[in-house]
Design a protein around this ligand. Structure first.
Ligand SMILES: *[C@@H]1O[C@H](CO)[C@@H](O)[C@H](O)[C@H]1NC(C)=O
Ligand SMILES: *[C@@H]1O[C@H](CO)[C@@H](O)[C@H](O)[C@H]1NC(C)=O
Ligand SMILES: *[C@@H]1O[C@H](CO)[C@@H](O)[C@H](O)[C@H]1NC(C)=O
Ligand SMILES: *[C@@H]1O[C@H](CO)[C@@H](O)[C@H](O)[C@H]1NC(C)=O
Ligand SMILES: *[C@@H]1O[C@H](CO)[C@@H](O)[C@H](O)[C@H]1NC(C)=O
Ligand SMILES: *[C@@H]1O[C@H](CO)[C@@H](O)[C@H](O)[C@H]1NC(C)=O
Ligand SMILES: *[C@@H]1O[C@H](CO)[C@@H](O)[C@H](O)[C@H]1NC(C)=O
Length: 326
C-alpha cells in the first residue's frame, strides 16, 4: 500500500513538473505592460479561435436579450436576441438578421462591470452588407461611455466613429468635434480581421487602428468603472445606421485582449518578476495563475500570485509524504 501511494505520488509530481516545464509558467506579480510601457494589474483574454463551445457557456460574458426602443420617428426598435450571438469557424459572430421584416440584433457584454482605465483591443471583421453599426465600447451608462463604431452603409471611404459620452453638440445640432471624430479607415475593414483599440486614461482616450494611434479625445473622459460590450445593430435611422439590411449581416471577432485596472487595486508586488508580462506571454499561455471561471473560454489574469503559492505548497506536501512513506 505504501509503495502504491509512493508510486502514485511520484507519478503525480512528475506529471505536474512536466506540464509546468512545457509551459515555462511565469507569475506576473509585477503586472502587465503594454507597448507604451504602462503597467496594468489585470488582463482579459478571449481567443475565440480556440473556444471549446458556445459563447452562452462562458460565464465571463452576458449575451444581451434586451430591447432599446426606437429613438425617433421612422426608426426601429433594436431587439437584441440571444440567437444572434454564436461561435462559428473560430470566430464570435454577432448577427443582424432580417427574417421577412423581423429585424434582430446581436450583442455581448463582459459580466464584469469593473474596468477602470486600460488598453482595450479587439480583432474584428466588419460586414460588407450595408445598414448596420458594429460597436466596440466601454459602458457605464448613457453619460459615461467610450465608443468605436463602424457603419457598413458608409464605405466610400470606410470611416470609424470615435466618441465619448456625454457628447457635445454644435448650435445646429450636429455632433461637436471635441467628443466625436470620424476617422477614415486606412484599410477595407471587411476584407480581414483588423485591430480596433482604445487606451483609456484619466485625462485622455487614445484610439488605435491596427496598432497605429489615430485620434485622441481629452474632453468628457469617463472616470467611472464600466463593462466592455460589442453590439451589432441597426435601427433603420436614415441619418446614422441606415438600413435595415436586406440580408443577414455578421460582425466577426477573433479575439479580445484588455489590459486594465479596477476600482480596487493594491500596488504591484514585483518580487518574482522585475518587469510586467506582455502580450506574447499571454498568447503563449505561460502565465500563472489564470483565474478564469472556465479556462476553456476566457482567461483572466491578475498580478496576484496566491494560486501559484497554493500549487507550490501542494508539491512540497507531495515531496514530504514521499519521504515519510519511503
Ligand atoms: C452615469 O454615471 C456617472 C458616474 O458614476 C454619473 O456621474 C452619472 O450621473 C450617471 N449618469 C446617468 C444618466 O445615470
Ligand atoms: C453645424 O455647425 C458646425 C460647427 O459650427 C459646422 O462645422 C457644420 O458644418 C454645421 N453643419 C451644418 C449641416 O450646417
Ligand atoms: C488576434 O487575432 C489576430 C487575427 O485575427 C491575430 O493577428 C492576433 O495575433 C491575435 N492576437 C491575440 C492577442 O491573440
Ligand atoms: C434625419 O435628419 C433630418 C435633417 O436633420 C431630420 O429632419 C430627420 O428628422 C432625421 N431623421 C431621423 C429618422 O432622425
Ligand atoms: C494600475 O494599477 C497599478 C497598481 O495599483 C499601478 O501601479 C499602475 O500605475 C496603474 N496603471 C495606470 C496606467 O494607471
Ligand atoms: C515579454 O516578456 C517575456 C518575459 O516575461 C520576455 O522574455 C520577452 O522578451 C518580452 N517580450 C517583449 C516584446 O517585451
Ligand atoms: C474543457 O474542455 C475539455 C475538453 O472538451 C473538457 O474535458 C473539460 O471538462 C473542460 N473544462 C471545463 C472547466 O469545462
Amino acid at each position: 500500500m505504501a509503495k502504491f501511494i509512493s508510486r502514485l505520488l511520484t507519478f503525480l509530481l512528475l506529471a505536474k513538473l512536466t506540464v509546468q516545464q512545457k509551459l515555462e509558467p511565469i507569475v506576473c506579480d509585477c503586472g502587465f505592460t503594454d507597448e507604451n510601457n504602462n503597467y496594468w494589474s489585470n488582463v482579459w483574454h478571449s481567443d475565440f479561435t480556440t473556444y471549446q463551445d458556445s459563447i452562452h457557456l462562458d460565464n465571463n460574458y452576458v449575451v444581451s436579450t434586451f430591447t432599446i426602443p426606437a429613438k425617433r420617428e421612422n426608426s426601429l426598435d433594436r431587439v437584441f436576441s440571444k440567437d444572434n450571438a454564436d461561435i462559428l469557424d473560430g470566430h464570435l459572430r454577432l448577427a443582424v438578421t432580417n427574417d421577412n421584416g423581423d429585424i434582430k440584433c446581436g450583442s455581448i457584454s463582459t459580466s464584469s462591470q469593473n474596468f477602470l482605465y486600460g488598453s482595450f483591443r479587439a480583432n474584428m471583421k466588419i460586414t460588407a452588407v450595408p445598414g448596420t453599426v458594429s460597436a466596440f465600447y466601454l459602458y457605464k451608462n448613457d453619460t459615461s461611455e467610450i465608443d468605436m463604431e463602424t457603419l457598413s452603409a458608409i464605405h466610400d471611404p470606410w470611416q470609424v466613429y470615435l466618441s465619448v459620452k456625454p457628447q457635445i453638440y454644435n448650435a445646429n445640432g450636429s455632433a461637436a468635434y471635441e467628443t466625436l471624430r470620424r476617422y477614415t479607415e486606412p484599410m477595407n475593414p471587411t476584407d480581414d480581421f483588423h485591430e480596433y483599440r482604445f487606451d483609456w486614461f484619466p485625462s485622455a482616450i487614445n484610439y488605435y487602428l491596427d496598432g497605429q494611434l489615430v485620434e485622441t479625445i481629452t474632453t468628457n473622459v469617463p472616470s467611472a468603472p464600466g463593462r466592455v460590450s460589442f453590439n451589432h445593430w441597426t435601427d433603420g435611422n436614415i441619418n446614422y445606421s441606415k438600413g435595415p439590411p436586406t440580408e443577414s449581416a455578421f460582425l466577426e471577432i477573433s479575439n479580445v485582449t484588455v489590459f486594465y485596472n479596477t476600482s480596487s487595486e493594491s500596488s504591484l508586488g514585483c518580487s518574482k518578476m522585475s518587469a510586467g508580462c506582455n502580450v506574447s506571454d499571454i498568447v503563449q499561455r505561460r502565465i500563472l495563475p489564470a483565474t478564469s471561471l472556465n479556462s476553456n473560454y476566457t482567461s483572466l489574469y491578475t498580478s496576484s500570485s496566491s494560486k501559484l503559492q497554493a500549487t507550490t505548497v501542494l508539491i512540497a506536501a507531495c515531496i514530504l509524504i514521499l519521504i515519510l512513506v519511503q
